[in-house]
Design a protein around this ligand. Structure first.
Ligand code: BGC
Length: 253
């Protein structure tokens, strides 16, 4: 019988969030626990926080964990917004040991891919049709590419070079905060970024995720891009929910 409950942890550049997940409704089951990402965000320091979060819940099943990194067979390959020592770290083995699970019971995946999985599974059916790109706007910009709901893992569209800059250094949500940009100013940068993406890919739909999806009304109407744009239905919880789905179904890339 398919599991009805799961557990996911979303490791971000500024916070590490975990919660039990209702796998049928695609919703968090309780209030999520959030602990600031330790600085420096080394593998050991992050693993300590992940273990602390798991211990706060009455849960002994599989755990899905996201990282803001390219993940291949459980091993981190990049580290744009976390400590560089993550590169080549076997995250699957590290977390499994720290939280007392077998490696098979820990699913590792990229944070945006996890959010995308949740949106494909639980979002409106029309966002699944054709080519869909989910973009998460947070500390950096994450991306997840789908064709008719099937994921092409580990796209890193947040690092497209746009007007001579790594796109996320101009258009991540953190840049809006750091530079005190208005919604209009920041959304202008996001439009420039998405149009660059649209010059090499023709998405039918772009799903806007990350913390700023909670205030989608402030900025989605200002976007000037070709694709249909929808706010992430699970907002910033999508990463946790997608991680829990991946763990329950043994999805790993
Ligand atoms: C990382 C991606 C990640 C994104 C969002 C980027 O800097 O390279 O792997 O998905 O940030 O966290």
């Amino acid at each position: 019988m398919a599991a009805t409950r799961g557990f996911g942890i979303d490791v971000g550049g500024s916070g590490i969030k975990g919660c039990l997940v209702d796998l049928e409704a695609g919703q968090l089951l309780t209030k999520r626990v959030r602990i600031p990402t330790p600085q420096p965000s080394t593998p050991d320091a992050v693993a300590d926080v992940v273990a602390e979060i798991v211990a706060k819940f009455d849960w002994d099943g599989p755990v899905g964990i996201t990282l803001p990194a390219v993940i291949k067979q459980g091993v981190a390959q990049t580290a744009a917004n976390i400590d560089k020592s993550w590169i080549d770290t076997d995250a699957d083995a590290l977390f499994a040991k720290r939280i007392g699970r077998s490696e098979a019971d820990v699913a590792m995946l990229n944070d945006a891919d996890a959010a995308g999985l949740a949106e494909m599974r639980f979002g409106a059916p029309e966002v699944r049709r054709g080519v869909t790109v989910l973009l998460t706007f947070g500390t950096g910009i994450g991306s997840a590419l789908f064709n008719d709901g099937v994921l092409v893992p580990n796209t890193e569209f947040g690092h497209l070079e746009v007007e001579g800059h790594d796109a996320e250094t101009r258009a991540a949500a953190s840049v809006k905060d750091d530079k005190g940009l208005s919604w209009e100013e920041w959304t202008g940068r996001v439009s420039t970024y998405i149009r660059a993406l649209e010059s090499v890919l023709w998405p039918d739909t772009i799903i806007a995720g990350g913390g700023v999806s909670k205030v989608a009304k402030e900025w989605l109407p200002l976007l000037d891009v070709r694709a249909k744009v929808a706010a992430a239905s699970r907002q910033n919880a999508a990463g946790i929910i997608g991680a829990a789905v991946a763990a329950a179904e043994g999805i790993e890339h």
